[in-house]
Design a protein around this ligand. Structure first.
Ligand code: MRU
Length: 343
């Protein structure tokens, strides 16, 4: 199992995803502020992983709290939750995890627990969120493997793997489970400009496990689909609206349109913590815009001339009509999603 994020006593250790695949180094976070910085700077990324990191960051922060009374501890807890929730706007798992930590805190506070007892409760809740994410990914993998045909050639975008979750992965969880059943002939990984999650992270994960992987630039997917070299597309999600519209890494929409035009099914794999029933459709999903430097520079070298402006939305929304099925830990939801995604 890949070590995405783990406790080391009261510290949190995470693999630095900015440095892969060239270097395998780890970042140690002692405070909630350290974890918030790790999320905003992409040391850790991927919707389920940043939800887990936020929960662990809250637990780590409150464990080190110097607050003497419950009132001061509560104020600090709410500020810590706000800090973590403000790190990235699109992945709903972040808000889901923060809400769960608040709920756990509320139960303890109502029972009159001391700050030390509340801190222990938060640690247990963060551990539960971490472990449930791994088991959800395994269940997603098993459910999704059912739609993968023998000898499958699969196209994926971004990294929805062990690195994007507490372990095993969502879209890559499906690929892992299908590969274990001997069904996967070839995985095509979109490079995923500008952060290169596909080239750097997906290819790293899959090749480590001996799953045949070919990296293509994002703009090559159309040709690959036209030439009947892909049986299915599978991607992760950052937020799924109540009607089944899916926000995922920018480029997913283009890929889904192209796949649809060529009759290739597109599956989305995500835990239920990624479903946001309070957002009716994709138009209500906030799209993060990131620094221009991610586009103007590649590996530290400037590739865009000074004076050119840059637009860098990190996600796009794929309308539900382009999606053949949404794989969650409960099985495969199909249209109409308004009904099939309900709890
Ligand atoms: O900007 P990122 O790397 O956090 O974006 C990640 C994605 O878009 C993933 O596809 C998504 O979070 C699903 S991860 C299981």
């Amino acid at each position: 199992m890949l070590p995405t994020i783990a406790w080391d006593l009261d510290d949190i250790v995470m693999i630095d995803q900015r440095k892969l695949p060239a270097q395998e180094i780890y970042v140690r976070c002692r405070t909630a502020k350290d974890v918030a910085k790790a999320i905003t700077t992409m040391v850790i990324r991927g919707a389920p992983a940043i939800g887990v990191a936020a929960a662990m960051g809250i637990a780590a922060g409150m464990k080190r709290s110097k607050a003497t009374g419950t009132r001061q501890f509560t104020v600090e807890f709410n500020q810590t939750c706000d800090l973590l929730a403000a790190t990235r706007p699109t992945a709903v798992n972040l808000f889901w995890a923060t809400a769960r930590m608040k709920q756990a805190f509320g139960v303890g506070a109502l029972a009159g627990e001391s700050p030390a007892e509340l801190a222990d409760r938060l640690r247990r809740e963060a551990d539960a969120i971490h472990d449930e994410d791994v088991s959800s990914c395994r269940a997603i993998g098993d459910a999704g493997a059912g739609v993968v045909p023998q000898g499958a050639r699969i196209l994926t975008h971004c990294n929805a793997g062990a690195l994007a979750t507490a372990g095993y992965g969502t879209a890559l969880g499906v690929i892992r489970s299908a590969a274990a059943q001997g069904k996967v002939a070839q995985v095509f990984a979109d490079e995923t400009r500008p952060f290169l999650q596909g080239a750097r992270l997906t290819a790293w994960e899959l090749t480590r496990e001996g799953i045949p992987t070919t990296v293509i630039t994002d703009s090559m997917a159309g040709l690959l689909l036209r030439d009947h070299r892909v049986d299915l597309v599978i991607v992760g999600a950052d937020r799924i609206a109540a009607n089944g519209d899916v926000a995922n890494k920018v480029g997913t929409y283009t890929l889904a349109m192209m796949a649809h035009a060529h009759g290739v099914p597109v599956y989305v794999a995500a835990p239920r913590s990624t479903i946001d029933l309070s957002t009716p459709d994709g138009a209500g999903i906030p799209i993060e815009e990131r620094s221009a430097k991610e586009i103007t520079h590649v590996g530290g070298a400037q590739v865009v001339p000074d004076g050119a402006s840059v637009w860098n939305p990190a996600f796009d929304v794929t309308p539900h009509r382009l999606i053949a099925g949404i794989v969650t830990e409960r099985g495969i939801a199909r249209a109409p999603y308004d009904a099939s995604l309900r709890p």
